[in-house]
Design a protein around this ligand. Structure first.
Ligand code: SAH
Length: 340
C-alpha cells in the first residue's frame, strides 16, 4: 500500500485507528500542542477572532468553526478571551467539528459553561459568515511519498519483508510532473511529499467562505516553500518512534506544505495571507503583554509562564517551524496579524 493508504488506516480506521480509538491528549498524552502548552495561545487566537469579527462588520451570529479540536483547550481559552471584546461573545456561534463521541465528551467537559455545538463535518455546521480554525489538523492528513531513484521517481510503498514485518519499499513509477520543476533534479534517495486530501479540505472551506464571507486560519508546522525530505513521524508518549513500530497506537504526522495550501486556496478562489512564522504572529497579537500580565497576577509562576512563552515563540522552539496562514473570501478586509 502507499504511504497515504497506510497513514489513513493507522490514523482513521474505525476499529484500530489512532484518532478513532487510541488518541491520548494533554499533559500526559502522546504529544503536546500549542494550546496545551499555554492558555496564551488560545487567548491570542481568540483576540484575533474578535478583531477579525469587528473588521468584518460585527456580523451576528458569527459561525466560529474549529476543525479537530482535540481536548477543547483552544476553544475554551478563546471563549474566555472573547469576553473582553464587547458584543463578540454574544455573537459567537461556536461549532466543534469532531466525529469521535469520546472526544466530544472531553471537549464538553473542558468547555462547561460555554455555548457550543458539535458537527461531524464542516459542511454540517450552520451557514453564515464564518471563521474556520484548525491547529495541527493538516499535519495528520495522509501524504504520499515519492522517491527519486536515480532512474526516475517512484512511489514509496509499504509491504511485508521476508520475516513478515512491515517494511518500506519502492512501488510503481510516478510521473515527474507530480514533483515541482525546481526539485526534479534531486539526488537519488530524495523524497517529495504530496497531500492528496488537502484539496478537498480547502475546497470545503472555500465553498463556505465564498458563499457567506469570512476567514480560515490554519496553524501547523512545515515549510513555506516546496521542499524535499521525509517528514513522516510517529510519536507515542512524547517519544519519536518508527512509523512502522506500532501503527494505530502512535500519532502519525507529516510537515505541511504551505505552498501547496496557498496554491489550492487560490485555485479555489480564496485570497491568501501569509504564511507567517507563529512566533512573529503571536507577538503581533500581543503575547508579550499577555505574558507580563499573567506573571504579575501569579508571581510565583512567572518562570513557568516565561518558559511557556518561549516554547511558543522562540525560533529554536515552535516559533519558526510553525506557521500561520489565513485564507479569506474575496473582498474581505485584511486579517489582523498579517503584514500584507
Ligand atoms: N487541534 C488540537 C488537536 C490536534 S490533533 C490541538 O491543537 O491540540 C488533530 C485532530 O484533527 C484530531 O482530533 C483529528 O481527529 C482531527 N482531524 C484529522 N483530520 C481531520 C479533518 N479532515 N477534519 C477535521 N478534523 C480532522
Amino acid at each position: 500500500m502507499s504511504v497515504a493508504e497506510f497513514m489513513a488506516v493507522a490514523l482513521f480506521d474505525p476499529q484500530d485507528g489512532y484518532y478513532a480509538r487510541h488518541v491520548r491528549l494533554g499533559a500526559d498524552g502522546d504529544f503536546l500542542t500549542a494550546p496545551e502548552i499555554s492558555q496564551m495561545f488560545g487567548e491570542c487566537v481568540g483576540l484575533w477572532c474578535a478583531q477579525a469579527w469587528f473588521d468584518l462588520g460585527s456580523p451576528a451570529p458569527l459561525q466560529l468553526v474549529e476543525l479537530g479540536p482535540g481536548s477543547g483547550a483552544l476553544a475554551a481559552d478563546l471563549w474566555r478571551a472573547a469576553a473582553v471584546a464587547p458584543g463578540f461573545r454574544d455573537a459567537l456561534a461556536l461549532t466543534l467539528v469532531e466525529p469521535s463521541a469520546p472526544l466530544r465528551a472531553v471537549q464538553g467537559a473542558r468547555l462547561r459553561g460555554a455555548r457550543v455545538a458539535w458537527a461531524d463535518t464542516l459542511e454540517a455546521a450552520p451557514a453564515g459568515p464564518t471563521i474556520v480554525l484548525a491547529n495541527e489538523v493538516l499535519d495528520c492528513l495522509p501524504i504520499r511519498q515519492i522517491v527519486q531513484t536515480g532512474a526516475g521517481w517512484r512511489e514509496r510503498v509499504l509491504g511485508l519483508d521476508a520475516e513478515g514485518a512491515l517494511a518500506f519499499g519502492l512501488g510503481p513509477p510516478v510521473d515527474t510532473m507530480s514533483v515541482p520543476e525546481k526539485l526534479r533534479d534531486a539526488p537519488p534517495g530524495a523524497v517529495f511529499e504530496v497531500c492528496p486530501a488537502l484539496e478537498a479540505v480547502i475546497a470545503g472551506v472555500a465553498e463556505r467562505l465564498c458563499a457567506h464571507g469570512g476567514h480560515a486560519l490554519f496553524i501547523d508546522y512545515g515549510a513555506a516553500e516546496p521542499s524535499l525530505g521525509d517528514s513522516l513521524q510517529a510519536v507515542r508518549a512524547r517519544t519519536k518512534e518508527s512509523p512502522l513500530a506500532a501503527p494505530g497506537l502512535a500519532d502519525l504526522t507529516a510537515h505541511v506544505d504551505f505552498a501547496a495550501v496557498a496554491s489550492a486556496a487560490r485555485s479555489a478562489g480564496l485570497h491568501v495571507h501569509g504564511p507567517v512564522a507563529q512566533g512573529a504572529w503571536l507577538r503581533a497579537l500581543g503575547i508579550e503583554a499577555r505574558t507580563a500580565a499573567l506573571a504579575r497576577a501569579q508571581p510565583h509562576k512567572a518562570d513557568v509562564i516565561a518558559r511557556q512563552r518561549s516554547r511558543l515563540v522562540d525560533d529554536d522552539a515552535m516559533g519558526a517551524l510553525f506557521k500561520v496562514i489565513c485564507l479569506s473570501a474575496p473582498g474581505q478586509p485584511p486579517p489582523p496579524g498579517f503584514d500584507s
